[in-house]
Ligand binder design. Structure first.
Ligand code: ATP
Length: 270
């Protein structure tokens, strides 16, 4: 596991066009941030410091990891990806040394994005009296690494969480986390975009395509991950039945499956 933390992962060719349902203002801010990151010299001339850290927060399956990958791809950066829980170690100093080597390796391969999912497991609120336990030492090392880098050293730190409220305030300070973006569950328009993304290149019966507006309307509360899995399930069923395209019955089957899989949801009548 130590080695996997230290290595950059090859990235699939994802761009921001592969992420649907992102609010317009957020997209605009991401494009501005990317322009600064891609041309740090110009930004410095103008007097803008490139951001060092971005926080993406929101419910599970809304595309936070996808967005981090797309940002790295747009920056042409190496992608170091791990989860906050990978630093939870009972042995003295191990968590902190993992944080150190993650950033050291990223600096060697800059430009690089260091992505930490479930960052609340690493940067949760510290006890007010300061317990000084291992997890606090690991967080302190993360803060040291975030403070230690220069704003133009080619490292962008991206953290993701479902629980922003759990994060330590020191971690959220500007200069460590410069932007926080809420990545919400998609609205109807967003769901329609995500349906288009996940049906690109798929062979679909015409009544399936004709049902997309209704589908977007009726799937309130679905995340991008659930919409993606809907079309995966429908595609697998079509293959299993020896069809050469996805039929409406495959989609209906997949919808039933997804709804049954979620105890808290019923389809909204459009
Ligand atoms: P978690 O909080 O559970 O880590 P996440 O927000 O990081 O989830 P992702 O891992 O990015 O969610 O999403 C899982 C998959 O779901 C993606 O690889 C993609 O196929 C699909 N998906 C999720 N959100 C979107 C979106 N906004 N647009 C397109 N596809 C999406």
């Amino acid at each position: 596991m130590k080695n996997s933390l230290a290595k950059a992962r090859p990235l699939p060719s994802i761009t921001l066009d592969d992420v649907g349902g992102i609010p317009e203002e957020m997209k605009e801010e991401i494009f501005q941030t990317l322009a600064i990151l891609k041309d740090p010299e110009r930004s410095e001339k103008i007097g803008i410091k490139p951001p060092k850290g971005i926080l993406l927060y929101g419910p599970p399956g809304t595309g936070k990891t996808l967005l981090a990958q797309a940002i790295a791809k747009e920056m042409n950066a190496s992608f170091f990806s791990t989860s906050g829980s990978a630093f939870n170690e009972m042995y003295v100093g191990v968590g902190a040394s993992r944080v150190r080597s993650l950033f050291q390796n990223a600096r060697k391969q800059s430009p690089a994005v260091v992505f930490i999912d479930e960052v609340d497991a690493l940067a949760g609120k510290r006890k007010p009296q300061g317990g000084g336990d291992e997890s606090e030492k690991t967080l302190t090392e993360l803060l040291v690494q975030l403070d230690g880098g220069h704003s133009n050293d080619g490292i962008l730190f991206i953290a993701a969480t479902n629980r922003k409220d759990m994060l330590d305030e020191a971690f959220l300070r500007p200069g460590r986390v410069d932007f926080s973006f809420n990545v919400p569950l998609p609205d109807t328009k967003g769901r329609r975009e995500i349906i288009d993304i996940h049906t690109r290149g798929k062979k679909l019966a015409s009544n399936v395509v004709a049902s997309f507006d209704t589908l977007a309307d009726s799937t309130s509360g679905f995340s991008g991950a659930e919409l993606s899995s809907l079309f995966e399930t429908a595609s697998r069923r079509a293959v299993r039945n020896g069809q050469d395209m996805i039929e409406k019955s495959d989609l209906d089957f997949a919808l039933d499956r997804t709804i049954l899989g979620s105890t808290s949801r019923t389809l909204k009548d459009p």
